[in-house]
Design a protein around this ligand. Sequence first.
Ligand code: PEP
Ligand code: MN
Length: 348
Amino acid sequence: MVVVMEERATESQIEQVVARLVEMGMDVHRSTGVTRTVLGAVGQGQPDAGLIEMLDGVHEVLRISEPYKLASRTFKPDDTTVTIGEVRIGGDEVIVMAGPCSAENESQVRSAAAAVRRAGAKIFRGGAFKPRSSPYSFQGLGEEGLRLLRDASNAENMKLVSEVMDISQIEVIDKYCDIFQVGARNMQNFTLLRELGHVRKPVLLKRGISATIEEWLLSAEYVLSGGNTEVILCERGIRTFETATRNTLDLSAIPFVKKLSHLPIVVDPSHATGRRDKVAPMARAAVAAGADGLLIEVHCDPDHALSDGAQSMFPSQFDRLMAELRIIAPAIGRSICLEPVARRGWGS
Ligand code: PEP
Ligand code: MN
């Protein structure tokens, strides 16, 4: 249930409504919009809407028909923006996150960070704990990888996103990273999602390999209901009968999610296509379709990468893509890091 307060509702009226809902067995999440306060009441209680409507300061009471509540636009009509220092995801600017699939060694991490930063990426990506389909594949460098990724991000003045696979890794990842990435294979790891509801850092939640949009938003709801309001959704392709690409990129998820939810959504064209020559066209299409950002794999020597080399772009391809995005973004009313960083001297 969503309780929309009157524009001039006082703090004490809001508190009385919250107290009444809590008394009825509900958890109450407050969202302060531009003009009104909205209270989202979730839980197993059955509050009587009529009784709430009678309380002072209440404008209207709405039932949320979707199974997810806090993730829905009914609860929060305004777009959510996730802010990490000077980087804002979900605002006018399209934010590009890029870097290698995995941290492999210091020079590989450093060279990738420098390359993507120069081209205009603001967030560095890289895995230290890798969810590989085979137990015999490279599993990541663990904490040593996180240290390399953090040092390179600091050197290039970038934020850092890295994957968390298990609750036991939260503490160490929190020490090094700015954003927790939940991978496709863990989208329905509800114990992990619940725990990430208690961290005070944003969560980038990838869509599960065969998850519907509703299941994906319900997974976001696990994090939101734990009190962490900073969820960024990431469409990374879903499994279909098509085998030409690694997955099938569902670009229609962007406008769908934007209608159903207030959460920002970014697109990962690397895991979606599995081939570096297909990444740029899908990245361009994702921005044109309204994505708030991109997550792209880049490696300076992709043919020798320890994971996902075939889909990792060469820095020169990434440079070209960024230049193209600088034309596309303004055409749909968005901005993007305007010039290659070396020329602009960003962060110096
Ligand atoms: C990754 O980003 O390296 C990754 C493993 O992605 P996904 O969970 O989408 O497969
Ligand atoms: Mn990868």
